[in-house]
Design a protein around this ligand. Sequence first.
Ligand code: C2E
Ligand code: CA
Ligand code: CA
Length: 252
Amino acid sequence: KQHFAINELENQLRKAIDENQLKLFLQPIVDLTTGKIVKCEALARWITPEGKFISPEVFIPLAEKSELIFPFGEWLINEACNAIDALKGANLDIRLAINISGRQVSDLALLNQIKNALEDHQLPGSNLSIELTESVLVESLDVVSVLLNELRGMGITVSIDDFGTGFSSLVYLKKLPIDELKIDRSFVKDIPEDDNDMEITAAIIAMAQKLKLDVVAEGVETIEQVEFLQNNNCFIVQGYYFSKPVAEDDIP
Ligand code: C2E
Ligand code: CA
Ligand code: CA
């Protein structure tokens, strides 16, 4: 029965991708020193024709388990380019960060998909950024390294997502071409109540600075968290305190 239910959802997802039922929402990433949006993160949304909301935490793993992650990836990169175009039309020339899953990274088609989409839309790589989790990196440092070098050669920046929650081998910080660390929400959410979380957050910020990496705090919901981050030299933040992910027309 379970098996049948998963197959059913998989079929629905295939249909959703084909029929363009998925939407990209954007969440601003803010520079506290200027108060301006420096970047947005693209987050996929699926609302079925019956009006049911299905979380990306459900359908992304499902896509990854099937072959659907490949057509999804193609949809995502093209949709991201459309969003960048639309923002430019509203006089906002910013980077858009997209999330890349493990199986996409080990597939060489990804690079061509990104190249083609940028070319079709006549956009520079400086409008794009990719977010990878630590679990993606443990797979094969050499393959990932080649890919990241290619992407950075095009002007695309690379962030490590959910930093601190994966296997946290620090080797890849040394070996891979990375621009930014994103401190996971789980460390931010209990600031200022949890002393350990504050120490860990401060330590990640200090390490990023020593390694000359940018650092973004995720899941910032309160003014106390903003102040803590500011006092600890983290000036780029993302979270409900500023904005939830919203439809692209709401960004300007
Ligand atoms: P993520 O990449 O860590 O994305 C951040 C998640 O935190 C988003 O959840 C966002 O809505 C949520 N968030 C942001 N600020 C706050 C805050 O202040 N408080 C709280 N409580 N939550 C906040 P969302 O959109 O449900 O996405 C969940 C995960 O699904 C993402 O985590 C990402 O791993 C995955 N995902 C979403 N879209 C895509 C996609 O297009 N491709 C891939 N591969 N994964 C995606
Ligand atoms: Ca992310
Ligand atoms: Ca994250």
